[in-house]
Design a protein around this ligand. Sequence first.
Ligand code: FES
Length: 135
Amino acid sequence: MTDTPPTDAPPEAWVRIAATSDLAGKRPVIPVTAHGHKLVLFRDEEGQLGLIGRYCPHRGADLCFGRHENNGIRCPFHGWHFDRTGQCTEQPAEPEDSTMYKAIRQPSFPVTQRGEEILAWFAATAPATLEEVTE
Ligand code: FES
């Protein structure tokens, strides 16, 4: 896990935020703080990585303590569910025909894996291809 201090402008580069071994085990969910963002990094049931805002947009519960299920993270407080893109996919207490969840999205950042490293892109520009990563 990396705790990178905030900077005025994030680099236009992929930034190492974790090692793949950090997500080993039965519950691949860890907190990450980088470039002023408090985030949760997880691997979903499809094996894809998600890097989304750490605090639930409902009442601010810490999603690092959420349930890793249904291909995402379920908030431990009232059960809102978020996928790897940060999209809310379920609000259990809402009426069955409610579509409010579609308007709720956590901040998220591009994240990828290169060998044993997990890299994220924080710049406002489109991510470079991994071939453009400089050491
Ligand atoms: S605080 Fe997350 S669903 Fe209420």
